[in-house]
Write a protein that binds this ligand. Sequence first.
Ligand SMILES: Cc1ncc(CN)c(N)n1
Length: 230
Amino acid sequence: MEGKKTREEVEKSGMIDTWMRKHRLIYTGATKHPFILSIRDGTVDLEAFKTWLGQDYIFVRAFAPFVASVLIKAWKESDDSSDMEVILSGMASLNDEIAWFKSETAKWGVQLSEVVPQKANQDYCRFLESLMSPDVEYTVAITAFWAIEAVYQASFALCLEDGSKTPAELRETCQRWGNDGFGQYCNSLQKIANRRLGKTPDDVLTKAEVTLLRVLEHEVEFWNMSHGAA
Ligand SMILES: Cc1ncc(CN)c(N)n1
């Protein structure tokens, strides 16, 4: 019978993998949400897609300052100078992402000036803002950053797998987050998070785990805005 792993053993395999196994249910809820499954099986309601598009544009505008706050924390607190390059590459891809949302919404006839942030979006943006506080440790912030990016990567990669029936007009959207380059970038973030979590005191480790769970809950609520919300 497999006994409980010691802290040292967990650190070797990586805390993120351990948490993904421990919180499999909510992780799956965020990465295999019915909205994503509807894209993958080709039954997606295009009005729901347009809702997601407009809401996500608002989210990404709040996400960029959060990433900037992680960059500041890395500069002040990181034990490895290469972290900054990874975070900077994330900021650069957000620049592209914002431009892409503008052209994609225009293509679908979504008027960005008329998009009103829904409650789940407001709550998620407020949560991001709370993580921007200087009181939030770099280890906690980088864990959240990894989780936010990883959910989109895993979700949209699912829509590109062999056998998926993703509509042709949505494939570019799925490529944006489901491509291999974005996957490598998420792996780099995961590596940073694992390194930091491996040497963090227990109280910060607990904060990072709670923050990861909050991210996953917010991601589920975010998808729910477009699909399945009561
Ligand atoms: C809600 C949400 N989560 C994550 C991502 C990926 N940057 C996004 N655009 N939107």
